[in-house]
Design a protein around this ligand. Structure first.
Ligand SMILES: [Zn+2]
Length: 208
C-alpha cells in the first residue's frame, strides 16, 4: 500500500493529459527516486508557471508579459493573422518558424457534442481585432493592419466546422481568408493513407 502522499500525487498527475493512472504511478516513482535532484527543479518550474505566466489579452497566448512576446515583436508582419484552436497549436506553428505574422487563439473548437458554442470561444475578440483595421489601436495596441486571416484549425470535423463558421463571419470583411492545405504528409506513402486524406490531397492538387 502506498502512502497517502504518494496516492495524492499520483492522483494529481493522472489528471494530466496523456497520463493515465499507470503512467502517473511510474512518474511518481521516478520523482521519488530523484527527489534530491529533479524535484527541487520541478518545484521551481511549477512555482514560476503559477506566479509569472499571464494570458495575452490580444492573442490569448501564454507568456510572462502582456502583450506577449509575439504580439509585441515589431518584426512580426502585422498584416498576417493566424487563427489556431489552442496555445499548443500556436507553439507548434511558431516552433517551425515558418509563419512571420501574429496569432489568435480561439481557446477550443465548436462542438455540438461537448456543447461548445461560438460565444465560448474568442471569436468575438477575433472580429474586434480585424474590425480595428484602419483605426489606430487604442489601448490594446496597434491592431490596425490585418489583411490576411489564415485559418489553421485541426483537420478534424469539429476543427473544420469551426473554420467554416469563422470564414462565414469574415465574409463581408475586407480581409483575405485562407486555410492551411490538407493532404499528403511529408514522408507519407499513398498506400497507407486513409481515404479522407487522399480525397483532400486530390482536391487540393496543383499544377507542377
Ligand atoms: Zn499575444
Amino acid at each position: 500500500m502506498a502512502s497517502q502522499e504518494i496516492e495524492a500525487l499520483a492522483g494529481a498527475l493522472a489528471r494530466l493529459p496523456g497520463l493515465g493512472p499507470r503512467s502517473a504511478r511510474r512518474a511518481v516513482l521516478w520523482l521519488i527516486k530523484r527527489r534530491q535532484n529533479a524535484l527541487p527543479e520541478l518545484l521551481h518550474s511549477l512555482e514560476a508557471v503559477r506566479t509569472t505566466l499571464v494570458e495575452c489579452h490580444l492573442c490569448g497566448n501564454v507568456d510572462t508579459c502582456d502583450p506577449c512576446g509575439i504580439c509585441a515583436d515589431p518584426r512580426r508582419d502585422r498584416r498576417l493573422l493566424c487563427v489556431v484552436e489552442d496555445v499548443a497549436d500556436l507553439w507548434a506553428l511558431d516552433r517551425a518558424r515558418l509563419f512571420a505574422g501574429r496569432y489568435h487563439v480561439l481557446g477550443g473548437r465548436l462542438s455540438a457534442l461537448d456543447g461548445v458554442r461560438p460565444e465560448d470561444l474568442s471569436i468575438g475578440r477575433l472580429l474586434e481585432r480585424i474590425d480595428m483595421r484602419g483605426q489606430t489601436g487604442g489601448e490594446s495596441g496597434d491592431e490596425s493592419h490585418i489583411e490576411e486571416v489564415v485559418l489553421a484549425m485541426n483537420a478534424t470535423l469539429e476543427g473544420q466546422t469551426t473554420a467554416h463558421y469563422i470564414a462565414e463571419r469574415l465574409e463581408n470583411r475586407p480581409v483575405r481568408v485562407t486555410q492551411l492545405a490538407h493532404g499528403l504528409p511529408v514522408g507519407g506513402e499513398l498506400d497507407y493513407l486513409d481515404e479522407g486524406t487522399l480525397a483532400q490531397a486530390l482536391r487540393a492538387r496543383r499544377p507542377v
